[in-house]
Design a protein around this ligand. Sequence first.
Ligand SMILES: [Zn+2]
Length: 183
Amino acid sequence: MELENRTTAILPGRERLWATALGQPTEVLDALGQGDEPRVIVLTCTETGFASDQLSRALPGEVYVVQNLGGFVPNPSWQHASSAVSSIQFGLQHDTVKHLVICGHVRCRCLHFANHNTLQNSTDDDATLVSNHVLQQVDNALRYYWLRNLIWTNQLRVHAWLLDDDTARIATYSPKRGDFVLA
Ligand SMILES: [Zn+2]
């Protein structure tokens, strides 16, 4: 019962954190084109068929790209060393970085492979599967205290993006809508 009460008390706080963490895509685009220091860290899947820094028409050096299969951010409770988390921490050493974008792509073969082998009965379509995955990675990222501190002190915004591989269009997560909407 006590655990349930504590969990209930934590949830509203997590929702507020989400609401303050997730910024608008225009904030990312406005931050670009102002110099050659990285303004944005983009974490995405290695199999994406695009260069993340070119997708936003950023200038060379403005986007710090971190990639791994599936674009995973490990939950800190797993206590595994993670090159993705280390890379994000290194990227945040640049004072110019104000945004972290976690970007999934609809045709992610890595996720579909994992889904096929672990959730045989899943009926999620491609976009739903990847959307849920991206939001889970954002949630995992927000569990790192040093990242939360940057958000609470208005030094960093976190964004959830979903790329349509066929059209190269990006949908961004809107906490108000509770869904991804085309940018
Ligand atoms: Zn992928």
